[in-house]
Write a protein that binds this ligand. Structure first.
Ligand code: NDP
Length: 348
């Protein structure tokens, strides 16, 4: 059987940001309607603390998209030629369970995560939001800058990260690629103050965003922390905001920002106003007034990867992109008969 391989360049071609935002809207609405299956992700941490291996299986009942993302996470890769998130999304068909495609997971993760934040921003931020602040200047910062510009009339970007030269380079690239005014901020606070939209996309374990910096009407996408032991927002930031999530169950198990605020007694489970998909499905109200501070906590879901893989696979076939390889599928059997070596007896 043939399997399609989609590398980073191919995934970029077949999974454009605009299309992915609409796809994430349908996918998260399906989650809200109970039309998906996905266990909590499984993470194997290396004992030396160098990195981890995550396993994220998921299934969408209506579209039949079935797959799994296998991703290594090595944060120290930032600033080297290696991505800090590497691996593959394996897409299977739902009829016989045959493997259909293998996609580069770095690019799927980069695009689908920002697309989900863009969806949340479209649902929760003020329509006239034009001042963007980004904390962090890695891969997610790149796709988030693009995604925010896709849903709001962004005019100015302030970026802050630990390493000033990374922020300067990021600002230079953003201005060039997105045609906006982009500057490096000296501190996280000076980046955030006065922004309409804030995206936190750092690998920090400790808060980089403080509640005292938030102003009425702000919308925040908190993306960087995906495990209970790390957080990017302090307790006050979580407490002050109306909180929306990608999935309640994941937030209660994996959402470090949420769990820390809950542990301190600042909030309870009812602080979660709803899931993004519930807003899309019309079950939960998004932003109420222009002055509210809204917060979207993103953890990343397997169904986002699987839906992206199914979409990318279909589009790649149409555009004749990627590389087909002969790979498995047929039933394992006895194999070809082995020819017995016959040793002729010499006649005496
Ligand atoms: P990168 O490695 O490309 O970039 C990491 C960024 O975080 C860099 O700008 C780096 O700063 C900054 N950073 C690292 N450590 C610290 C720290 N201690 N304090 C402040 N900033 C720090 O990673 P990605 O952009 O791919 O991912 C960013 C985060 O988002 C990660 O934590 C990742 O696990 C998470 N993520 C979440 C997803 C979701 O679905 N919610 C999906 C994918 C990723 P500097 O430039 O100074 O080195």
């Amino acid at each position: 059987m043939k399997v399609l391989i989609l590398n980073q360049a191919a995934v970029r071609r077949v999974l454009p940001m605009g299309a992915c935002i609409e796809l994430m809207s349908h996918t998260l609405a399906a989650l809200a309607r109970g039309e998906t299956f996905q266990p909590l992700r499984n993470i194997t941490r290396l004992p030396d603390g160098k990195g981890a291996l995550g396993l994220m299986p998921g299934y969408l009942i209506k579209s039949g998209a079935l797959g799994v993302k296998v991703l290594s996470i090595f944060h120290a890769n930032h600033g080297t030629k290696y991505d800090s998130h590497q691996g593959a999304v394996l897409l299977f068909e739902g009829e016989h369970g045959s493997l259909q495609a293998i996609l580069d997971a770095s690019s799927v993760t980069a695009i689908r995560t920002a697309a989900v934040s863009a969806l949340a921003t479209r649902l929760l931020s003020r329509e006239d939001a034009s001042e963007l602040a980004i904390l962090g200047a890695g891969v997610q910062a790149i796709t988030h800058a693009e995604a925010m510009c896709a849903v709001r009339p962004i005019r100015r970007l302030r970026v802050w990260t630990r390493t000033p030269k990374h922020a300067q380079e990021f600002a230079r690239q953003s201005a060039k690629k997105l045609g906006i005014i982009a500057v490096a901020a000296a501190t996280a606070e000076s980046a955030v103050r006065g922004a309409d939209i804030v995206c936190t996309v750092t690998a920090s374990k400790e808060p980089v965003l403080e509640g005292s910096w938030l102003t009425p009407g702000m919308h925040i996408n908190a993306v960087g922390s995906s495990v209970p032991s790390s957080r990017e927002l302090d307790v006050e930031a979580v407490r002050r905001a109306r909180l929306f999530v990608d999935r309640r169950e994941s937030t209660m198990h994996e959402g470090g920002d949420f769990l820390a605020a809950k542990k301190e007694g600042a909030i309870g489970d009812d602080h979660i106003r709803g899931e993004i998909g519930e807003i899309v499905a019309g079950r939960v109200k998004g932003r109420g007034t222009a002055d509210e501070i809204t917060l979207f906590k993103s953890l990343g879901l397997a169904i986002e990867d699987v839906a992206s893989a199914q979409f990318a696979f279909a589009r790649a076939k149409k555009l004749r992109t990627g590389q087909w390889v002969e790979f498995g599928g047929e039933k394992f059997d006895w194999g070809k008969p082995v020819k017995k070596k016959t040793t002729k007896r010499r006649k005496k």
